[in-house]
Design a protein around this ligand. Structure first.
Ligand code: FAD
Ligand code: SF4
Ligand code: SF4
Length: 464
C-alpha cells in the first residue's frame, strides 16, 4: 500500500539552539523504518518524471522501490550504477530545483524525499557493508587529472574503472575541493568525504597534493611526462569582491578564506590549532547563495551574537537552497533583504567598525530573469558590525589558462569546453565542473567529470 501522506517523513535534526553552538551535523538521517515509510510515498510512475531532473540519471523509482522492500544493499548498488558519491549528493544536491522539483507528489503536498532516501541508502551501506571496490587490471595508459574536487574525483574514478593509470594533481594539501574546504562539517561531515576519496584511491588512483599546476608544471610538461590526456577540474575558487571603499580593512574576509580557515584549518578549535579567525560580536555576510548561508551559520557557531545576511534582492530571488535558508533562520541569522553595502568604515587602527548600506527597490527583470535591484534615494544607513564576510561569487583561478595560451577561455576566465564531452580547444585536454560553468553544483561537476572520462577513453582508443 502506498503511503499517501502529503508530507515527507520528518528527518530528526539537532535543536537549533543547540546546533548553532556546535559543528556537528544538523540533520541526523532516517532510521530503517522511517526510510521504508518515506519510500512508500513513491508512486512508481511509469514515465519517471523525477529522473529528468537528475543530472546523473539516478534510477530514482527503482532505488526507492528497493528501499520500500527493505532491500537496502540492492538499493545502494542501483544508486551506484550512475552516482559515485550518493552520500554526498543526498546531503548537498539542490533537490528542490532538480529531481524533487519534478516529482508528481509535489503537485499536491511535498515531493518524495529523494535526497533523504539517497542519503539513508548510502549511509546504511557504509555502516553495514562497505566493501572495497574492485581494482581493474591496468591498461598501462596514463591520464592526468588536475584538481581533486567532485569533477576531478569522478573523472579519475571512472577512468580508473576503465583500466587507466590516473594521477590527480591537487594544489591543496588535502583532496576534496569545496567538499572539504567550503561546505562546513555541520552540513557534510568530512569523514564521509574522506571515505569517498579512499574508495577512489582503492581503484588505484594516485593523488599528488601540494601540486599547483600552472606553477610547478604546465599542461605541455604533463604531456611530455607521458600523460596521454588531461582533465582540468580546478573549480572556481578565486573570490569576487564588491569594489567598495574599506574592503581592505582588517576584519573583511572573502567567504572562501573564512570557510577555508574554519573547515580545512579547523579555526574553531583555536588555540589548539594554529589558525585563528577574528570576527567580534556582530558580523555581516554579504550575498544570498549557499556560500553566504554557510559563512553566516559558521560565524554564529564561532560565537557571534548578531549575524546578518545582507542581500540586495528579496528572499524569493536568493540562489541558496531552501533548506539552507530555513536552517539559517532557525539558527537565528538575521536577514536584511533589499539592502546593499556602499562602504565599510574602519577604526583608527584599521579594523572594521561598521558598514554603510542603502535600501533597494526591485525593478523589471534583468537578463537572468530576476528583478533588477535599484537604489532607493536617501536610504543610506549604518549597520553596526565588526566583521564583513563577502560571499558574492567566485571565478576560476587564471594560473593554468595564463600559462597555456592555446586553451580558449570565456570573458570571465572560465575554460571553453564542449558540454557533451568536455573537450577544450587544446588537443587531448578536457575540462569540466565550475572551471567551465562558473560556480554551480556538486552534481553538475560530477556529471561533467563522468562525461569527460568517457570522452577521454574514446579519444585515446580512436587515436591509438
Ligand atoms: P572544486 O570543488 O572547487 O575543486 C577544484 C579543486 O581543484 C580544488 O581542490 C582546488 O584546490 C584544485 N585546484 C585549483 N587550481 C588548481 C591548480 N592550478 N592545480 C591543481 N589543483 C588546483 N553545491 C551543491 O550542489 N550543494 C551545496 O550545498 C553547495 N554548497 C556550497 C557551499 C560553498 C561554501 C561553496 C564554495 C560551494 C558550494 N556548492 C554547493 C558548489 C559546489 O561545491 C561546487 O559547484 C563544486 O564543488 C564544483 O566542483 P569542482 O570539482 O568543479 O571544483
Ligand atoms: Fe536528486 Fe541529486 Fe540524487 Fe540526482 S543525485 S537523484 S539530483 S539528489
Ligand atoms: Fe516516485 Fe515522485 Fe519519481 Fe513518481 S515522480 S516515480 S512519485 S519519485
Amino acid at each position: 500500500m502506498p503511503n499517501m501522506s502529503l508530507n515527507k517523513v520528518k528527518m530528526p535534526e539537532q535543536d537549533p539552539e543547540v546546533r548553532n553552538k556546535n559543528f556537528l551535523e544538523v540533520a541526523l538521517g532516517y532510521t530503517e523504518a522511517m526510510a521504508m515509510e518515506e519510500a512508500k510515498r513513491c508512486l512508481q510512475c511509469q514515465n519517471k518524471p523525477c529522473m529528468k531532473g537528475c543530472p546523473v540519471n539516478v534510477q530514482i523509482p527503482e532505488f526507492i522501490a528497493l528501499v520500500a522492500e527493505g532491500k537496502f544493499e540492492e538499493s545502494y548498488h542501483k544508486l551506484r550504477e550512475t552516482n559515485s558519491l550518493p552520500a554526498i549528493c543526498g546531503r548537498v544536491c539542490p533537490q528542490e530545483s532538480q529531481c524533487e522539483k519534478l516529482c508528481v507528489r509535489g503537485k499536491k503536498g511535498e515531493p518524495v524525499g529523494i535526497g533523504r532516501l539517497e542519503r539513508f541508502t548510502a549511509d546504511w551501506f557504509m555502516e553495514k557493508v562497505d566493501t572495497k571496490p574492485q581494482r581493474p587490471s591496468p591498461n598501462g595508459i596514463r591520464v592526468a587529472v588536475i584538481g581533486a574536487g567532485p569533477a576531478g574525483l569522478s573523472c579519475a574514478g571512472d577512468l580508473a574503472k576503465m583500466g587507466y593509470t590516473v594521477t590527480i594533481f591537487e594544489a591543496f594539501h588535502t583532496p576534496g575541493g569545496v567538499l572539504v574546504y567550503g561546505i562546513p562539517e555541520f552540513r557534510l561531515p568530512k569523514a564521509l568525504v574522506e571515505k569517498e576519496i579512499r574508495s577512489v584511491k582503492q581503484l588505484g588512483v594516485e593523488i599528488r597534493t601540494n601540486m599547483v599546476i600552472g606553477k610547478v608544471l604546465s599542461l605541455d610538461e604533463l604531456m611530455q611526462e607521458g600523460y596521454k590526456a588531461i582533465f582540468i577540474g580546478t573549480g572556481a575558487g578565486l573570490p569576487n569582491f564588491m569594489g567598495i571603499p574599506g574592503e581592505n580593512l582588517n576584519g573583511v574576509y572573502s567567504a572562501n578564506e573564512f570557510l577555508t580557515r574554519i573547515n580545512l584549518m579547523k579555526a574553531y578549535k583555536f588555540p589548539q590549532c594554529d589558525t585563528p579567525v577574528k570576527i567580534g560580536r556582530r558580523v555581516a555576510v554579504v550575498g544570498g547563495g549557499n556560500v553566504a548561508m554557510d559563512a553566516a551559520r559558521c560565524a554564529k557557531r564561532l560565537g557571534a551574537e548578531l549575524v546578518y545576511i545582507i542581500y540586495r534582492r528579496g528572499e524569493s530571488e536568493m540562489p541558496a537552497r531552501l533548506e539552507e535558508i530555513h536552517h539559517a533562520k532557525e539558527e537565528g541569522i538575521i536577514f536584511k533583504l533589499l539592502t546593499n553595502p556602499t562602504r565599510i568604515m574602519g577604526t583608527d587602527d584599521g579594523w572594521v567598525k561598521g558598514m554603510e548600506c542603502v535600501t533597494m527597490d526591485l525593478g523589471e527583470p534583468d537578463r537572468t530573469g530576476r528583478r533588477r535591484p535599484m537604489v532607493k534615494q536617501g536610504s543610506e544607513h549604518m549597520v553596526d558590525v565588526e566583521a564583513v564576510i563577502v560571499a558574492i561569487g567566485q571565478s576560476p583561478n587564471p594560473l593554468i589558462t595564463s600559462t597555456a595560451k592555446d586553451l580558449e577561455t570565456k570573458n570571465w576566465g572560465g575554460i571553453v569546453a564542449s558540454e557533451e564531452s568536455g573537450a577544450t580547444s587544446k588537443r587531448g585536454v578536457y575540462a569540466g565542473g565550475d572551471v567551465v560553468t562558473g560556480a554551480a553544483t556538486v552534481i553538475l561537476a560530477m556529471g561533467a567529470g563522468k562525461k569527460a572520462a568517457k570522452a577521454i577513453d574514446d579519444y585515446i582508443c580512436n587515436k591509438g
